[in-house]
Design a protein around this ligand. Structure first.
Ligand code: G1P
Length: 291
């Protein structure tokens, strides 16, 4: 079975980098312009051909479920008032097959992904991390590019980008074997957040994966690693010893919406690309910088 039709979006984190905003609002619901960050991820999944999405939540994340539910009263009001453009925006999030499960304790990304075992079954699946928003304005969405590689090379695919030395210890890092496939490279080692001196390369994992279901039996045995947490990267390192795993430098810009500065940069760049406000916003920025 080779078609990738399911994706998992972990959204159980506490969002401590955005406190106090995230005391009562899940960080995945913080908007970039007028859309919650998690909606960008869900839209990328759908545009990549994903038919079922599992969001792994935790206590206090009810707003995510409400966001992707049908808002009957709101839709009815917008219809009666003939606000068709707004209605279209609201309906865009209410007709998607999204499933939810709660991670009971915050024991790490690998532990969260293990909750997807039953949902995934014996199929390959996508994993999309909510802090990483990827935009490929002129071509296929990031996950779609990776699914195409999975289906062709029959290998799990890790989405990567080069990062400068000073950022290496913030990411999972992959080591290539030197064996290249058409678009990707075989991987023989993955290390979670290594110090620069121990990092096998500058190729960082960027929150997009297409993974073979065999990863679950490995995740079940994965011991706590970096930060005392059960790491997906460690299970993928074990997987690379048993099956083919490749790293793929995807096309598109990756925005890091996971910390304050990254979130601000993402917001500004998205505003500069948004037709209805970009001209006015550009003028405002120019005036601001020249004053
Ligand atoms: C997670 C992964 C890490 C990856 C990163 C990308 O780390 O564990 O391998 O490089 O996402 O954003 P986190 O940033 O959630 O600690």
């Amino acid at each position: 079975m080779n078609k990738v039709k399911k994706a998992v979006i972990p959204a159980a984190g506490l969002g401590t980098r955005f406190l106090p905003a995230t005391k009562a609002v899940p960080k995945e619901m913080l908007p970039i312009l007028d859309k919650p960050t998690i909606q960008y991820i869900v839209e990328e999944a759908i545009e990549s051909g994903i038919e079922d999405i599992l969001i792994i939540t935790s206590r206090g994340k009810e707003a995510i479920e409400n966001h992707f539910d049908k808002a009957y009263e709101l839709e009815d009001t917008l219809l009666k008032k003939e606000k068709h453009d707004l209605l279209e925006k609201v309906q865009k999030t209410s007709d998607i097959n999204i499933h939810y499960i709660r991670q009971k304790e915050p024991l790490g990304l690998g532990h969260a992904i293990l909750y997807a075992k039953k949902f995934v079954g014996d199929e390959p699946f996508g994993v999309m991390l909510g802090d990483d928003i990827v935009v490929n304005r002129d071509g296929a969405p990031c996950l779609k590019q990776m699914i195409d590689i999975y289906e062709k090379d029959k290998a799990s695919v890790i989405g990567v980008k080069q990062v400068p030395d000073e950022e290496v210890s913030r990411y999972g890092i992959v080591k290539k074997t030197g064996k290249e496939t058409d678009k990707a490279s075989q991987v023989d080692e993955l290390v979670e957040k290594p110090p620069l001196e121990e990092a096998p390369s500058n190729l960082a994992i960027m929150g997009r994966y297409v993974i073979s279901p065999r990863v679950f039996e490995l995740l079940e045995k994965t011991k706590p690693g970096s930060g005392g947490e059960i790491q997906l990267t460690d299970a993928l390192n074990d997987l690379a010893k048993k099956e083919s795993v490749v790293a793929y430098e995807f096309e598109g810009i990756r925005y890091d919406a996971g910390d304050l500065l990254g979130y601000l940069k993402t917001t500004v760049e998205f505003a500069l690309h948004r037709e209805d406000i970009s001209e006015d916003f550009k003028k405002y920025l120019e005036n601001l910088l020249n004053s």
